[in-house]
Ligand binder design. Structure first.
Ligand code: MN
Length: 304
């Protein structure tokens, strides 16, 4: 984890150069004190983003929330209930960020795949589907949550296929809110128990799935893609930069896989408590004073 540059340093030395920020796996909830600290950390990041003069986009690549059983969790609240709800500071700060000119793109993760456009609309955000292709300078990056790449976990992939089916989602969302909350709690406990039994390699990405991903130029979002150079995902909670061992002979070499980190509280409850996460940034050298301006993607360490 120590090999990543420090985000706070970047923020203080080159605020004009930060153009886009990509985060993943915050697993926000209001259940445990440690998770409430993560909410504070996220709000602190948003405060930082609000002062960046050239920021164009914030991407949230899934598992923003530890669980999401439907937008009505928040949208069905009365104004009075919203006032004291833990999501309200998040919503208002995102709204501020949007008004300041930053686009907010939200992708589903395996925990919050029921987030809808209705929730995103209240802060001017936009739900995006994976894979999402992002052009940075001369390179095309494929963005996805990452759970679809963990193909060694056959049981999970079957569950995923079922849960992502529109009919299943329609059926789930018809159930009363309290039923959905019960179901989510059951699933959470089951997934915890299941994951404890799984070998670590099963919960990581499969190399072949990674190769397939970077060679698949079909774009569901309708942007033209000629070639994918690199992959950015989260989900595995193993922040790192890997070289992809591409089995496609025609592919250009040196494709990389950037893994964003989860947001984690260290030394919970002690005086040395802090939050740490490896996040992605797109940096562009200012055109005005640099004729050879170029953009690049980088992983950096955010601490709060
Ligand atoms: Mn995940």
């Amino acid at each position: 984890m120590n090999s990543f540059a420090n985000y706070n340093h970047l923020l203080t030395t080159r605020p004009h150069d930060i153009r886009q920020v990509i985060i993943s796996d915050l697993h926000l909830s209001n259940n445990e004190p440690a998770q409430r600290v993560l909410v504070q950390a996220f709000l602190a990041l948003l405060d930082d983003l609000l002062v960046l003069p050239n920021l164009t986009t914030l991407y949230i690549l899934g598992d923003w929330f530890d669980a999401w059983v439907g937008d009505d969790v928040y949208l069905s609240l009365t104004d009075e209930q919203k006032q004291s709800h833990w999501l309200t500071p998040i919503v208002s700060k995102l709204k501020q960020l949007r008004i300041a000119g930053c686009q907010i793109f939200v992708m589903h993760g395996n925990r919050d795949f029921l987030i809808g456009q209705s929730f995103c609309s209240i802060f001017g955000g936009q739900l995006i589907r994976e894979p999402y292709h992002l052009q940075v300078g001369e390179y095309c990056y494929r963005l996805e949550h990452g759970d679809a790449l963990c193909t060694d976990d056959k049981r999970y992939q079957r569950f995923r296929k079922l849960m992502r089916h529109p009919l299943v989602q329609w059926y789930l969302l018809r159930k009363p809110l309290y039923k959905r909350l019960e179901l989510a709690e059951k699933l959470r406990l089951k997934s915890q128990a299941d994951n404890a039994k799984k070998a670590t390699y099963i919960m990581d990405v499969n190399e072949q799935a990674v190769c397939q991903a970077v060679n698949n130029i079909n774009d569901i979002n309708g942007n033209d893609v000629n070639d994918i150079n690199h992959l950015i995902h989260g989900h595995t909670h193993r922040p790192a930069i890997h070289t992809i061992d591409d089995d496609n002979k025609n592919a250009q070499k040196n494709k990389r896989r950037y893994v964003l980190g989860d947001w984690r509280v260290h030394n919970v409850g002690s005086s040395r408590q802090f939050v740490e996460a490896v996040i992605g940034v797109v940096i562009e050298t200012d055109t005005d004073d640099n004729p050879t301006s170029h953009s690049e993607f980088e992983l950096v360490r955010f601490t709060y």
